[in-house]
Design a protein around this ligand. Structure first.
Ligand SMILES: *[C@@H]1O[C@H](CO)[C@@H](O)[C@H](O)[C@H]1NC(C)=O
Ligand SMILES: *[C@@H]1O[C@H](CO)[C@@H](O)[C@H](O)[C@H]1NC(C)=O
Ligand SMILES: *[C@@H]1O[C@H](CO)[C@@H](O)[C@H](O)[C@H]1NC(C)=O
Length: 767
């Protein structure tokens, strides 16, 4: 899985090193690999007394030496173990075995936020009370936690909720006193990791829930950190830092280690979180996209959802490439990233008198306050990738004493600074190229740095090419609030269309994920690099890893206010109240293109927590709806059993258009498709059901579309709800003529009673 942060990049580099060491180790073990074995629990042969005995006998029949790493009873029925490919195949052919799934390695893919989201407003009639919020528990699957931070202060909190059954697992670096009434549980899951890489050495990482990376501390304090006054990173972003659900409880499940996160460890953690009694699971991790029946996060999230737990996941950092989303199962809340209205500007002055603004979080003593020579890395290197300032790629003679312009991409932004510094450079200009547009991400660099957007970076490069002795000054950076427009969609935020099920719109929504301040580990400095000796209790990082825990915390907040709401109802409230325009009516901008964003970038829009507390109506869904969904996408009963643990026979009436989702994705046939030739109308009909969670009211529908060639007809046009929890259905007919493949058309469908607006994005695409 990918830990989805900027911190991620240094992690991947780290991964590559440890990977080469372990390849040899793995080969010694006759290329054994971890597999997750799905057993058909309901069909255990009568000759066995219990499931464990049956699992053990099945395993024994293919391997004398293999041990079970974990047994599972919630996420799936079955176990994980190390097998050779032949053993796995022969086990897969035995009766009673549903599937044998090879281990997948996942990777890891935050203090003005409460104000930015409007959570400082005194609209307290709507707010859940401290007591209500403190009954909600958020389980965070990540790199663990640094428990000594003030963000885990528990003085305002009462006793641990009575339903909590979890534990605080102790180790050499983690005491029972590391947990308290805020951090109520901490567990680690390393069996699969250790089976692949050998026993954990305390010399390199903590064999306990302690966080050596920072990512897990950042995500858990974003979701539910206690308020800490005077928080800042190296003087930047000063203010009170607090999580989204300041009084919710945190339980951490460490599943990510220095070489990644393993699916059988993740499955075990979800299994345990369900038993422990969490209400929300926050997972800022992701792998590739595979069918739901072969994706352990999708399977685990299904079981958690069936237990009433909302699962919030990062959408991925694969943007702005189309179809770069991960974690797309419809029972998961998939979160993309936008910016805040806060920035860290720094001025670059060139020898020709031109001045440009970039961003930086450098705060060291060395300053570049007079003109120094400027050089483009691509012209100071013998390596093809020199322009990216890859490790050891710069020629010291050509960069010594100079400011070096490095292009963004491939290695981490902070690592480029170290490469420049090691080669004798004194400063860095980090240049955005096409893929990043004007998106500026601030980092705590180890040398004076300015990150520039593509337009200004290109101007700097043109100046270097045209001037025989180019020079520049990099000023000190500052914290600036009130940046407009905000939010804008982060270039890195993964984009739709949904690569797995085009009939479901993803991401679901966006939340703040750029330059977020939250808690940090004491084990590494803010860059996460081994040569960064600085220690900070807060750090500013970016990624959909950061936007996901915002939604996890806000889901906890809604759960506190509406304890009876299902995970689907909470997600619907977050989505239908999200906003898609600024106060001036303009659509939220995509920083990668500078153009208005579409539902493929932002889903339902940017989260608006206060509105979500009182959505009026919700699109609810139960396990039966999800079963209908799986039928509609033609999954076999065996696949459905793997995902849901149920025997279910699909009847013929399931259609994806009838799945009760809060948004609409409408794939239509192109001219060459079986929909017919050019000019032929495509017509599809979707059904939705709304549940009234407010007072009696009559809602009227409106559809706004910029594309007159698409007809969207809603029937009926008005829905009257006379009591709470009443349900009413409507249909939407989309008709349009065939268009060239790759064409999209967007609209917004809104139900309003004059007080509430229940909005759903519509994305029509010709495929
Ligand atoms: C664990 O507790 C002991 C005794 O209170 C203390 O000396 C030690 O520093 C603690 N270790 C950690 C990692 O908190
Ligand atoms: C890099 O070197 C090439 C070849 O000498 C030159 O044309 C180009 O302008 C240089 N680019 C920059 C940004 O200095
Ligand atoms: C499922 O199968 C039906 C019948 O073959 C087909 O019409 C439909 O397009 C399929 N749906 C998906 C999502 O593949």
């Amino acid at each position: 899985m990918k830990i989805m942060a900027f911190g991620l990049v240094h992690m991947i580099v780290f991964l590559m090193f440890s990977y080469t060491n372990t390849v040899a180790k793995e080969q010694n073990q006759q290329s054994k690999q971890t597999y997750i074995i799905h057993m058909d629990k309901a069909n255990m042969p009568t000759s066995f007394n219990d499931h464990f005995q049956w699992y053990a006998a099945s395993l024994k029949s293919v391997s004398d030496s293999a041990d079970m790493l974990y047994t599972y009873n919630n996420v799936i029925h079955g176990f994980s173990t190390r097998l050779t490919a032949e053993e796995a195949e022969s086990l897969g052919n035995q009766p009673g075995i549903l599937d044998v799934l090879p281990e997948v390695r996942y990777e890891l893919h935050t203090t003005r936020t409460p104000e930015f989201l409007g959570l400082d407003k005194n609209d307290e009639a709507l707010y859940p009370t401290i007591n209500e919020v403190s009954e909600v528990i958020i389980g965070v699957m990540d790199t663990g936690v640094w428990p000594e931070l003030k963000s885990f202060d528990d003085t305002k909190l009462g006793p641990v909720p009575s339903g909590w059954k979890g534990e605080c697992e102790v180790g050499k670096t983690f005491n029972s006193s590391s947990c308290n009434r805020k951090l109520i549980g901490a567990r680690k899951f390393s069996k699969a990791y250790e089976a692949a890489y050998g026993a954990i050495s305390e010399k390199t990482e903590s064999n306990s829930p302690r966080d050596d990376d920072g990512h897990g501390t950042h995500t858990s304090t974003t979701a539910a950190g206690s308020a800490v006054a005077g928080a800042n990173l190296l003087g930047y972003a000063s203010g009170t830092a607090r999580g989204m659900a300041t009084n919710a409880r945190v339980a951490v499940y460490k599943v990510c280690w220095s070489s990644g996160c393993f699916s059988s460890d993740i499955a075990a953690a979800i299994e345990m979180a369900i038993e422990d009694g969490v209400h929300v699971i926050s997972m800022s991790i992701g792998g590739g996209v595979s069918p739901y029946s072969r994706d352990i996060v999708a399977i685990g999230a299904f079981k958690a959802t069936a237990h009433g737990i909302l699962v919030s996941c990062s959408a991925g950092n694969g943007g702005p490439t189309e179809q770069s989303l991960t974690n797309v199962a419809p029972w998961i809340t998939t979160v993309g990233a936008g910016t805040l209205d806060r920035d860290f500007p720094v001025q670059v002055s060139l020898g020709n008198g031109k001045k440009y603004t970039g961003v930086s979080l450098y705060n060291g003593k060395e300053l570049i306050d007079t003109l120094f020579p400027l050089v483009y890395a691509g012209n100071a290197s013998n390596s093809v990738y020199g322009y990216l300032c890859m490790s050891d790629s710069l020629i010291p003679k050509k960069v010594a004493g100079k400011i070096v312009v490095c292009d963004r991409g491939l290695n981490s932004r902070v690592e480029k600074g170290v490469v420049v510094k090691d080669a004798g450079g004194i400063g860095m200009i980090l240049a955005n190229t096409d893929s990043y547009g004007e998106e500026l991400v601030a980092d705590a660099h180890l040398l004076p740095t300015a990150a520039l957007g593509q337009t200004t970076a290109d101007a700097v490069k043109a100046y270097i090419s045209s001037d025989p002795k180019p020079t520049a000054i990099i000023g000190p950076a500052d914290t600036k609030l009130g940046i407009q427009p905000s939010p804008v969609v982060a270039a890195f935020s993964s984009r739709g269309p949904n690569p797995l099920t085009p009939g479901i719109l993803k991401p679901d929504l966006i939340a703040p994920g750029v330059n977020i301040l939250a808690g940090w580990t004491g084990a590494v400095g803010p860059t996460g690099l081994s040569n960064d000796a600085r220690h900070v209790t807060f750090n500013i990082i970016s990624g959909t890893s950061m936007s996901c825990p915002h939604i996890s915390g806000l889901a906890a907040f809604l759960k506190a206010a509406h304890q009876e709401w299902s995970p689907a109802a909470i997600k619907s409230a977050l989505m239908t109240t999200a906003y898609t325009t600024y106060t001036n009516g303009e659509t939220i901008e995509d920083v990668a293109t500078g153009k208005p964003s579409t539902p493929f970038d932002i889903g339902a829009g940017h989260v608006n927590p206060l509105a979500a507390l009182d959505p009026g109506l919700v699109y609810d869904a139960t396990v039966d709806d999800y079963l209908g969904f799986l039928c509609a996408i033609n999954y076999s009963s065996s696949d459905i059993k793997i995902i849901t643990g149920r025997d279910f026979t699909c009847d013929k009436s399931y259609s994806l258009g009838d799945f009760n989702y809060p948004s609409f994705a409408v794939p239509l046939e192109t001219a060459s498709g079986k929909g017919g030739g050019a000019g032929v109308q495509n017509t599809v009909k979707y059904t939705r059901t709304l549940t009234n969670v407010g007072t009696p009211a009559t809602y009227k529908v409106s559809v706004s579309s910029l594309d007159s060639s698409v007809k969207i007809l809603v029937e009926p046009q008005s829905l009257t709800f006379s009591e709470q929890n009443e349900k009413k259905s409507y249909t939407v007919t989309f008709s349009a003529s065939s268009k060239p493949s790759g064409t999209n058309s967007f609209a917004l469908l809104k139900w309003s009673d004059g007080k509430h607006v229940v909005g759903s994005p519509v994305a029509i695409s010709w495929t």
